[in-house]
Design a protein around this ligand. Structure first.
Ligand SMILES: [Zn+2]
Length: 466
């Protein structure tokens, strides 16, 4: 890898001063940013110079929550309440996952993310009905070119709440596989892959399992992510099993600190929020998924006001039907405006922070990514408003990105100094056509095996019950 100069750009740095340089430049050397310049004048040429006149150069987006295997389930879980969504679609599908299916799903999911500017994904892989599923997702991170944190999910109890026995594992089996993954992938020199712990929910983990996770976490110094208070059910089920709410259980077990990422947090109480702020717990907010499943509105403006770091997650495609970060940013802003009936409650700039530097902080990666600053890894987007009528005219870059963009505007995507999308062309090892073709074939296979309604068996046309 030589040097690359992004020149004459609108540089949205996301640095601590939130500098925006009109006519600025970013110089990349190898996998890192060498320098960021307010002006492009007088800069020596690089091995490759990319003319960015009229274009925005900004940090890659950080998606802090998804389930990449669910890419195969797009469109199968529409218009269902959560219990039916789990029992008739997500759980049956999980039982038939194979490494090949997981790989095809993850490749397509990562590709969709990259096309919408996602350079870092946290994948939360909770069903392990077969061996090798984790390795398949990590291989997809590497083959697709994206930076990834692999959250090794687990469940060891919860049958009375609908978790099928086939996707549960004993705490001993979970620990063995966790240690294997941490040893095999956890010390990636390039920081392209990290391994985290990811209990699916506090109500689907026994106390023994949670204590084991705490022990492994402390031994490896790695992060932990967990679904917290997505619905009232999460709190009630945890109360039944452990005698406390899910957030309270984290505190009791000592699973509190800046490397704990709580997902959803729609029904956090005021006490939980004070606890989260006190321990610097992080939050992944998934607006599209919360709307799709009618979970509710997470108290994001309140959490932000309390100083809690909140990031964005697209969530699995089974509860979103896409992995589109650009769409998610707009939905996030609009959800909080309408639910508070206050258009000033959240700005485009804040949402862009959540998708970049705040996302990096929530993953413990803010020293490496999330902003364009000298010394950080080169995860960089080139956004061209002129590629779509929707994004024209441009007055305020943050507003255009959050409210008026689409994947057509993402012209180039650099991850760790490598142009994974170069002037519109995807440059991964496997072609874009092959990734999409394999995804379609695998999705049809899984739907058939899981007995789910798909286009082969014929869809029932569902009209709303007005
Ligand atoms: Zn989730």
């Amino acid at each position: 890898m030589g040097s690359v100069l992004f020149k004459d750009a609108i540089v949205v740095t996301m640095n601590p001063a939130r500098d925006v340089f009109f006519g600025g430049a970013v110089l990349v050397e190898g996998s890192s940013i060498r320098s960021v310049h307010p002006s492009s004048e007088g800069l020596p040429p690089a091995d490759r110079t990319i003319d960015c006149r009229g274009k925005i150069v900004l940090p890659g987006f950080v998606n802090t929550h998804t389930h990449l295997f669910q890419t195969l389930l797009k469109g199968l879980g529409d218009d269902m309440a959560l219990d039916r969504w789990l029992s008739t679609m997500t759980f049956p599908a999980a039982r038939f996952l194979s490494p090949e299916l997981c790989y095809d799903a993850a490749m397509a999911g990562c590709l969709e993310g990259l096309r919408t500017g996602v350079t870092t994904n946290l994948d939360y892989m909770y069903p392990h009905a077969a061996g090798g599923l984790s390795d398949a997702v990590i291989k997809a991170f590497r083959d697709s070119g994206v930076r990834g944190i692999f959250g090794r999910g687990c469940m060891d109890v919860g049958e009375e709440f609908g978790v099928p026995k086939g996707i549960m594992q004993s705490p001993e089996a979970i620990e063995k596989d966790l240690v294997r993954l941490l040893d095999a992938y956890g010390r990636d020199a390039d920081d392209m892959v990290r391994v985290w712990l990811a209990p699916a929910a506090v109500w689907s983990s026994s106390r023994k399992s949670l204590e084991m996770l705490k022990r492994v976490k402390d031994a490896y110094g790695t992060g932990l992510t967990v679904h917290i208070s997505e619905t009232p059910f999460d709190r009630e089920a945890t109360m039944k099993l452990h005698g406390k709410s899910d957030a309270e259980m984290l505190e009791e077990l000592g699973l509190v600190g800046p490397d704990i990422l709580m997902v959803h947090c729609v029904f956090l109480t005021e006490r939980d929020r004070r606890m989260a702020a006190h321990y610097d717990l992080k939050v992944s907010h998934n607006a599209a998924s919360n709307m799709y499943l009618s979970s509710g509105v997470a108290p994001v403006p309140g959490m932000l006001a309390q100083g809690i770091s909140v990031s964005l997650g697209v969530d699995g495609a089974a509860s979103n039907n896409s992995q589109d970060m650009l769409e998610l940013m707009k939905l996030t802003a609009l959800l909080h405006k309408v639910s508070s009936r206050d258009p000033t409650i959240i700005t485009a700039e804040k949402v862009l922070e959540m998708a970049t530097i705040d996302g990096a902080r929530c993953l413990g990666l803010d020293g490496l990514i999330g902003s364009l600053e000298a010394g950080k890894k080169a995860d960089i987007l080139v956004f061209d408003p002129q590629l779509s009528a929707k994004a024209v005219p441009l007055h305020n870059p943050a507003s255009t990105i959050v409210y008026s963009s689409s994947e057509r505007n993402i012209r180039s995507v650099m991850v760790n100094g490598r142009l994974v999308i170069d002037e519109g062309e995807y440059r991964g090892g496997k072609s874009e056509e092959a990734i999409l073709r394999d995804c379609q074939a695998s999705a049809e296979r899984l739907a058939e095996q899981g007995g789910m309604s798909n286009r082969l068996s014929g869809h029932i046309w569902r009209s709303s019950a007005f």
